[in-house]
Design a protein around this ligand. Structure first.
Ligand code: GRF
Length: 202
């Protein structure tokens, strides 16, 4: 047993795979309760099923608006007893109605050093801007786009011969290390939040 978590994912699912690897290696004191996707074809759903984790496609088109979709999502996660929601490539913005049900219980992985380059295509944004260092950020989710309190970051140097794609690959390696690590800290009860500042107990 451990902290009951749920993962929301819209696509490839490589961060979900990283979580599963760490979990199956016994490194995460969590119980992976379910994976939910807003995309029927998401590879993340197949990966979850292959690992014996309940996986569900929840169709946004079946709901009249964003809030009703989010409430249905929250109801499923609550019914499964989820206490930490991990966004691993989840492409929808969560409404306040959802977040109120999981206060400081939703985290996201973003492929840039926030607050630089929020939103979509962050790796390409950073490459085009010409920064020499970028990376990834795990943060608590608030109602803004990639604006919540920062839990952890990892830096990645931008090389002269990088393309947005090669840069994204190296950032992804760091994502796969950082996201399971933060989940472990939270599951161990070592994460404290004071305003925007997040403290990790040693
Ligand atoms: C990752 O780059 C993550 O930082 C961003 O979406 C992408 C998801 O990739 N939020 P994957 O589905 O985990 O492979």
């Amino acid at each position: 047993m451990g902290l009951p978590i749920g993962v929301l994912a819209s696509g490839r699912g490589s961060n979900l795979e990283a979580i599963l690897r760490a979990w199956e290696a016994g490194e995460l004191p969590v119980e992976l309760k379910m994976v939910i996707s807003d995309k029927k074809e998401a590879r993340a759903l197949r990966i979850a099923a292959e690992h014996g984790v309940p996986a569900e496609f929840l169709d946004p088109k079946a709901f009249p608006d964003r809030v009703s979709y989010d409430l249905a999502l929250a109801a499923r996660l609550k019914a499964a007893g989820v206490e930490l929601v991990v966004l691993a490539g989840y492409m929808r913005i969560l409404s306040q109605a959802f977040l109120e049900q999981f206060p400081l219980q939703v985290i996201n992985i973003h492929p840039a050093l926030l607050p630089a380059f929020p939103g979509l295509g962050a790796q390409k944004q950073a490459w085009e801007y010409g920064v020499k260092i970028t990376g990834c950020t795990v943060h608590f989710v608030d109602a803004g786009v990639d604006t919540g309190p920062i839990i952890a970051q990892a830096a990645v140097a931008v090389e002269d011969d990088d393309t947005p794609e090669t840069l994204a690959e190296r950032i992804l390696e760091q994502e796969h290390r950082l996201l399971p690590e933060v989940i472990r800290w939270i599951a161990q009860g070592r994460v404290r939040v004071r305003g925007r500042r997040v403290y990790i107990q040693k």
